[in-house]
Design a protein around this ligand. Structure first.
Ligand SMILES: Nc1ncnc2c1ncn2[C@@H]1O[C@H](COP(=O)(O)OP(=O)(O)OP(=O)(O)O)[C@@H](O)[C@H]1O
Length: 638
């Protein structure tokens, strides 16, 4: 077990232990700031449950459910609780799928009605005057496909959860799984009872980004099984990153609200910045800060450093970042700042994309692309990317590196040719030879430095049946390469605000990208590069953090550092949002900035690239987030 279980108890840990140990179990909400040890408390509570109720739970074949945000976090927490089989740690999607999976005939009914809804939506769709015929043709093909799926749904033997929904093949995608499970929980008392009986303890980490529907569904379970079921949400509304997140979750009657005052992660200088950022939001103020132990055994506060640079948003960005690093290395007498491991947090990938060679891919999936593409680009979950992440890249790598066993394992998982129902009784060796040849061709197409496009790779995967593609991908492959003038132009896509046109434009750009760009993208996504997205570092911590605030290098509609720092005024649409009581880019950027700054365990440097440095410097000083003498411009390098 890692050190988290062994951390000293806080008063919150004691309250939590009471919730889980008493005969009448109590649900709770733990709301606390960054680095306050929420995940640590969660792990300690699970360990307490194993200790107190382990044999009882085993006897009744019951388990503790712990829901986390990513598979990586799930593995870490499971390791922290000693890989105990009484604990089921997973993402919300995997958890929900585990619950619904046994109810295959109910799933079939649900899928039928979902297809009918989609058919109705397409039939009732009204097109703007500028939408191109190609978009309408694509919708007609999608409609025909859905109608065919509906006719064939009874032939599906069993439904599975997979990447990208494909109903005819019995695959439910991420969205479907959540919708299906929350519908079941909402409409079926028996389903709620079953959840409570199988999992008398359900804990949700990073609960601020759990959707309202999931929160409501779990609360409904708790309401019906009071005393026997313990539901716990661990979260911080200030760390909500996704627009679909529930934010602050309110405790219900009889629930306990647990708070934690301290921050155990950040040194005092960084903690002061964190508290200042929150001053403009919920005013939560954390105490203590990171401690270290002297050789004499005394605990002392770690000061660390927190600095901000305002630099010109010009072509010298890279050069200036190198200067900042060298300057901090000298000031801190810490060589690592010059050439050692530091973590760059970039708002979106543009900056990383340029440096890692996936600029076209970045533009296709971000510039004027549908919101779902942009969001899904951040964690590689968007459907056009999935065939590459799941199969094309790992299979090409295994083939190039001669890892036969890995290549075969991938083919077994993905190729419909090797599915049990398609296996020939004889002639397997020629089938395998065909697949090997197809894998070799894929490696050739994907190889670094080749000119093949993502379209060519996807067509090859489809034609050689290396993988059953998502029908949405197939639909775009079938639409063919746009002829000059055939593409819905940017302006018309925007004017009509037509999702279908925007999606088609983005897909045309995506399918024209060089497939080899995906290697750099994967390196980035898998955190093999020093860059991380500001959205992707939930729960993480690093010694040295460099946050890059740069609106020009991003095209993300959700965030604007210029507006947050007060350099740019609110737009009419921001004002409209404010009038309607909705949030603006300012609140969202503030939360993102908070998450970033609070990852630092030692040193924090924020570099803000601004068009008008003088004006930006004044605005930043006026915000009083950093002490006056810790805000610098290029003059510091002289
Ligand atoms: N009781 C404690 N005593 C000392 N250190 C602790 C304690 N609880 C947590 N820590 C340390 O504080 C750091 C932050 O803990 P943890 O990741 O659990 O916080 P968190 O609230 O989940 O953070 P965030 O919301 O920012 O992701 C970790 O390095 C952890 O080891």
């Amino acid at each position: 077990m890692s050190g988290r279980v062994g951390k000293p108890d806080t008063s919150a840990d004691i309250e939590l232990r009471e919730c889980v140990s008493s005969k009448l179990r109590r649900s709770f909400v733990m709301i606390a700031g960054a680095g306050s040890g929420k995940t640590t408390s969660l792990i300690k509570a699970i360990s307490a449950i194993i200790e107190l109720h382990g044999p009882d739970l085993r006897g009744r074949r019951q388990r503790v459910a712990c829901i986390t945000y990513t598979e990586i976090a799930a593995q870490e927490i499971w390791g922290d609780v000693g890989n105990s089989h009484i604990v089921h740690v997973s993402t919300i999607h995997s958890f929900m799928w585990m619950l619904v999976r046994p109810f295959q005939s109910d799933i079939r009914r649900w899928v039928s009605s979902r297809i009918q809804d989609k058919i109705r939506a397409l039939q009732e769709k009204v097109y703007g005057p500028r939408v191109h015929q190609r978009t309408k043709d694509k919708d007609q093909r999608d409609l025909a496909r859905l109608q065919e799926s509906l006719e064939n749904i009874d032939r599906v033997q069993s439904f599975k959860y997979g990447a990208g929904s494909d109903y005819t093949k019995g695959i439910l995608g991420h969205d479907d799984v959540l919708r299906c499970a929350t519908d079941f929980l909402d409409q079926r008392p028996l389903f709620r009872l079953l959840l409570a009986q199988q999992f008398p303890f359900v804990f949700v980490d990073e609960s601020q980004d759990t959707t309202d529907d999931v929160v409501a569904a779990l609360k409904a379970v708790a309401a019906e099984s009071q005393g026997k079921f313990c539901l716990g949400f661990f979260g911080d509304p200030m760390q909500q990153i996704y627009m679909t997140g529930a934010g602050r979750i309110e405790a219900e009657d009889g629930w306990l609200t647990i708070t934690k005052e301290e921050n155990f992660r950040c040194p005092t200088t960084v903690l002061a910045v964190a508290n200042a950022i929150r001053r403009d939001d919920d005013r939560l103020e954390q105490t203590r800060g990171r401690m270290s132990t002297t050789p004499e055994g005394d605990e002392i506060q770690v000061a660390g450093t927190a600095r901000m640079f305002v630099l010109p948003a010009d072509e010298r960005r890279d050069e200036n970042i190198a200067k900042v690093r060298a300057w901090v290395a000298n000031q801190n007498k810490d060589q690592a700042w010059r050439d050692g491991p530091i973590k760059y947090l970039v708002i979106v990938h543009r900056m990383a994309a340029r440096r890692l060679g996936f600029d076209d891919l970045y533009l296709a999936m971000n510039s004027k692309a549908p919101a779902a593409f942009k969001d899904g680009f951040l964690d590689a979950s968007s459907w056009p990317l999935r065939p590459f992440m799941a199969l094309a890249l790992p299979l090409a790598a295994a083939t190039i590196e001669g890892r036969e066993f890995d290549a075969m394992t991938l083919l077994r998982s993905f190729s419909p040719m090797l599915a049990r129902e398609n296996m020939p009784t004889n002639g397997i060796s020629s089938l395998l030879a065909d697949l090997r040849q197809a894998a070799a061709k894929l490696a050739e197409l994907m190889g670094p430095g080749t000119e093949a496009t993502t379209r060519e790779v996807l067509e090859h995967m489809r034609d050689s049946r290396l993988m059953a593609l998502d029908p949405r991908v197939e639909s775009f492959l079938d639409s063919g390469v746009p002829m000059p003038g055939q593409q819905d132009d940017e302006q018309s896509a925007q004017d009509d605000n037509e999702d279908a046109s925007i999606e088609m434009r983005a897909m045309d750009a995506f399918l024209a990208c060089k497939a080899s760009e995906l290697w750099g993208y994967r390196e980035y996504i898998e955190e093999l590069s020093p860059f991380s997205t500001q959205q992707g570092i939930k729960g993480a911590e690093f010694d040295r953090v460099l946050v890059i605030a740069d609106d020009a290098e991003s095209s993300h509609f959700q965030f604007s550092y210029d507006k947050y720092f007060g350099v740019k005024g609110l737009s009419p649409s921001d004002r409209k949002s404010l009038d309607e009581g909705a949030e603006t880019q300012v609140e969202r950027t503030r939360r993102l900035f908070y998450v970033c700054c609070t990852r630092a365990m030692k040193d924090l440097v924020v570099v803000y690239f601004a068009d008008d440095v003088e004006n930006a410097e004044q605005a930043v000083r006026a915000m009083r987030l950093f002490p006056d003498d810790e805000i610098f411009t290029e003059a510091a390098f002289d």
